[in-house]
Design a binder for this molecule. Structure first.
Ligand code: ADP
Ligand code: ASP
Ligand code: MG
Length: 414
């Protein structure tokens, strides 16, 4: 029997009618003789509301208390989904993360899944009962509720698919697949039939929030085929109407550039007058790392006088105030001026074909230059080039790059 994990995102369970629609999709899979595990997100907007409640009480709230608050949205949807399935004559039971249990580490608000025992899910499936799991949430070794970071229901779904050795994990959302870029920003964006784990991982980590980055990491590690598809199209996952995220070997047409990712979640920090001496980078980035603040792009200028230099780097926008506080309180930084800019966007071009093709970055720089868009910071890896620009030029830049790489028309490798 084919085993499928199906996950419904917030807009796919936004109200009772949408939940009933999602239950109909599950029923279609069951009618085809498949074993199904369902994972649900909170109803659209609910998690944002819950986050706002926490922030209203204290912007620097205790993450261990934020978790039980924000996890509550998924509990509501899981019960409603079980009811909607029961109404269709199916046997279904809802389960919170702690009941499975989805065991996580202690990093409240951004916890990582450590283990999921499959026994209980296997038993439910052999008894033809559909488990409906509340996504996004788990339990720490201290017995406290944890959450997996925004968008974390994707990771719950893939982790469960890995644990029960599912044949596929279908992620139902509000777009019918993974596109060359966010279709809400570039209407001419093209849907991809397939994308490799590596490309999806880069795209997700660079801002394509259609899948949470960790879900792609996990899918790649355990070889789980993931399909992104729409719950609005009336299509059933088993007909493979969406985009399949899969192994590189399964991609026949390898693109030089396969997509453009956009992130408006970064902020730029510039330190002026940094002492130009050995160990300074460790002195700056060590305390940030210890505070769990991820630093992404980094540029250090050449010192003109041999004593002081400037350094620019990016952190998540939500971390910028904490980062500045840490830097201000650091004695090595006492002579530095700290500037921040949260009106930046990171635009990245991604493609596995880049490994064997030169000139990809130059096409990007030329397209941006033609639109007179200034680049603040550049970073590259084997399969991506990222630039940091002013946020106001995001749409202009993405449209220009989409055209420059011929993404509507397909920039095929010979
Ligand atoms: P859900 O609530 O179902 O988890 P999300 O809002 O997290 O949905 O993710 C779906 C959204 O991801 C789409 O509405 C789209 O705007 C956005 N998105 C960003 N980049 C892409 C891309 N390359 N392809 C498809 N969707 C994308
Ligand atoms: N409800 C959570 C969020 O909005 C998790 C998810 O939707 O994946 O981030
Ligand atoms: Mg999501």
């Amino acid at each position: 029997m084919t085993r499928i994990v199906v996950k419904f995102g917030g807009t796919s369970v936004a109200d009772v009618a949408r939940i009933e629609n999602a239950a109909g999709l599950v029923a279609s899979e069951v009618a085809r003789g498949h074993n199904v595990v369902v994972v649900v997100s909170a109803m659209a907007g609910v998690t944002n509301q819950l986050v706002d409640y926490c922030r209203a009480i204290d912007p620097f709230h205790d993450a261990a208390e934020y978790d039980p608050v924000v996890a509550s949205g998924e509990q509501v949807t899981s019960g409603l989904m079980a009811l909607a399935l029961q109404k269709r004559g199916l046997s279904a039971r809802s389960w919170a993360g702690w009941q499975v249990p989805i065991q996580t580490d202690l990093a409240h608000g951004r916890a990582r899944i450590v283990s999921i025992p499959s026994g209980f899910l296997d038993k439910a499936l052999t008894e033809n009962e559909i488990p409906v799991i509340a996504g996004f949430q788990g339990i720490t070794e201290e017995g406290r509720i944890s959450t997996l970071g925004r968008g974390g229901s994707d990771t719950t779904a893939v982790a469960i698919a890995a644990a029960i050795r599912a044949d596929r994990c279908d992620i139902y959302t509000d777009v019918d697949g993974v596109y060359t870029t966010d279709p809400r920003i570039v209407p001419g964006a093209r849907k991809l039939d397939r994308i490799s784990y590596e490309e999806m991982l880069e795209a997700a980590s660079l801002g394509a929030k259609v899948l949470q980055t960790r879900s792609v990491e996990m899918a790649m590690k355990w070889g789980v085929p993931v399909q992104v598809l729409s719950s609005f199209a009336g299509a059933v996952g088993s007909d493979l109407p969406g985009t399949l995220v899969t192994k590189e070997e399964d991609i026949v047409e390898k693109q030089i550039v396969n997509g453009i990712a956009i992130s408006r979640d970064d902020a730029k920090i510039t330190l002026l007058n940094v002492p130009d001496q050995p160990g300074i980078a460790a002195a700056i980035f060590g305390p940030l790392a210890r505070a769990n603040i991820n630093v992404d792009m980094i540029v250090q200028n050449v010192s003109t006088d041999g004593t002081a230099t400037d350094m620019t780097f990016t952190v998540a926008r939500s971390d910028v105030h904490r980062a500045v506080e840490i830097l201000k309180n650091d004695s090595t930084m006492s002579a530095c001026e700290i500037r921040t800019d949260s009106t930046v966007a990171k635009i990245s071009v991604v493609g596995i074909g880049m490994r064997s093709h030169a000139g990809v970055a130059q096409t990007m720089f030329a397209a941006l230059a033609e639109k007179r868009i200034n680049i603040h910071v550049i970073s590259t890896s084997e399969i991506k080039v990222s630039v940091l620009i002013s946020e106001e030029y995001t749409e202009l830049a993405v449209r220009a790059l989409h055209a420059a790489y011929g993404l509507e028309a397909r920039g095929r490798l010979e």
